[in-house]
Design a binder for this molecule. Structure first.
Ligand SMILES: Cc1ncc(COP(=O)(O)O)c(C=O)c1O
Length: 372
């Protein structure tokens, strides 16, 4: 039986052509014209002035925090309901992640953020940054989050690793804080096999990011260093793939939206199955189509569905396990309402790749419904 993957890479002829062109030009690494081109094209797509192409989204998160001067002893308030990379980046700079729970749209709850900022201020803890995540391609209410952050004079970074191609109130995901981070990991809506991008309107930040990401070489003919640097740049070969992928990003979003719409139509009349709710301010890229299961109404729980799909060679995943429940972050502060813990118990991500055929999707839908 052919295995259906959750979110596999989806390549086209432009990617192959650009990759071969980069290969034949011998701009293999480090850097090269495709890196500059990819940065310029991502910046133009997002509508920001500057972008730095990096080896991963995680590296971009780490650099964003470093650029803001976040360091040991600082708190960074971040979404609990996310992939571990978000919280790991906070640890890499020596800061303390503080986990904020989700609201009814699954993203960071602005009220809980405000409560935690007030408590940090009262206790005299320095908050270096707020790092908000766009979960599964959907944006939280950035107007509300930015207002809270402004009141406490804390910079807001957007982890848009999952949301390239989404918009919120007409603005591109990634541009809703002072810096934004994209990921081109193999499971993302477009991929370079691995890679990331840091974007901002601040030229000094992005130039400093490029400097830090290339081993922090001072301007001198010999190797001279006054700062600890990192090896975080994207290779020219991978940037070439990224440029090809970016040409079809809007098609990829449309394909994933069609997949979401078919799941929605199939499950709408079914008691106990509810697709991830979409707030009216966000037009998501539908990176992953996810739903929750009410065992009493549907008849069986999420695990029964998950195991049935796995048995039928259909890859699916429970929603992210919240960071405040992860053993590695057990000693971190958190402000928890129970929302993400509840979602983790009952939620499932379904195959959502833009190359998924209608026939494959009908097979998935059939297996979900037959799990009862
Ligand atoms: C929310 C989130 N943040 C950060 C990352 C890290 O990106 P990367 O894998 O490019 O390091 C990912 C996914 O991989 C992610 O889903």
């Amino acid at each position: 039986m052919e295995r259906i993957w959750l979110s596999p890479p989806h390549m086209g002829p432009a990617e192959r052509e650009l990759l071969m062109e980069a290969f034949d030009s011998n701009w293999i690494a480090p850097l090269g014209p495709h890196v500059n081109g990819f940065e310029a094209e991502i910046a133009a797509y997002a509508g920001v002035d500057h972008a730095a192409a990096l080896s991963s989204g995680t590296a971009a998160l780490q650099l964003a925090l470093l650029l803001l001067g976040v360091g040991p002893g600082d708190d960074v308030l971040t979404s609990s309901f996310t992939f571990a990379a978000t919280a790991n980046a906070v640890k890499y700079v020596g800061a303390n992640p503080v986990f904020i729970d989700s609201d009814e749209y699954w993203n960071m709850d602005p009220q809980l953020l405000e409560d935690e900022l007030a408590s940090a201020r009262a206790a005299g803890r320095r908050v270096g940054a707020v790092l908000a995540v766009d979960l599964y391609g959907q944006c939280p209410d950035y107007d509300a989050l930015n207002q809270v952050c402004d009141r406490y004079d804390v910079p807001l970074v957007e982890d848009a690793a999952e949301s390239l191609g989404s918009t919120s109130k007409g603005k591109k995901a990634g541009t809703l804080g002072c810096m934004g981070v994209y990921s081109f990991h193999g499971n993302k809506i477009i991929t370079t096999s691995g890679g990331g991008m840091l974007i901002s309107n601040r030229q000094d930040w992005i130039e400093r990011a490029r400097f830090l990401a290339t081993q922090a070489r001072d301007p001198a003919p010999h190797y001279q260093h006054s700062t600890v640097g990192y090896n975080f740049r994207l290779s020219n070969l991978l940037a070439a793939v990224g440029r090809g992928q970016l040409q079809v990003l809007d098609d990829r979003v449309a394909a994933r939206q069609a997949i979401y719409d078919r799941y929605l139509a199939a499950f709408e009349g079914v008691d106990g199955l509810t697709m991830m709710p979409t707030p009216d301010w966000c037009k998501p890229n539908r990176w992953l189509s996810c739903f929750t299961v009410d065992e009493e109404q549907f008849g069986v729980d999420r695990e029964v569905i998950r195991l049935r799909l796995e048995g039928q060679q259909i890859e699916c995943r429970p929603l992210w396990k919240p960071m405040h429940q992860q053993p590695v972050f057990a000693d971190c502060r958190s402000r928890v309402s129970g929302v993400s813990e509840g979602l983790f118990k009952v939620g499932l991500c379904l195959p959502s790749g833009s190359s998924l055929t209608e026939e494959q999707q009908q097979r998935i839908i059939g297996e979900v419904l037959a799990a009862r």
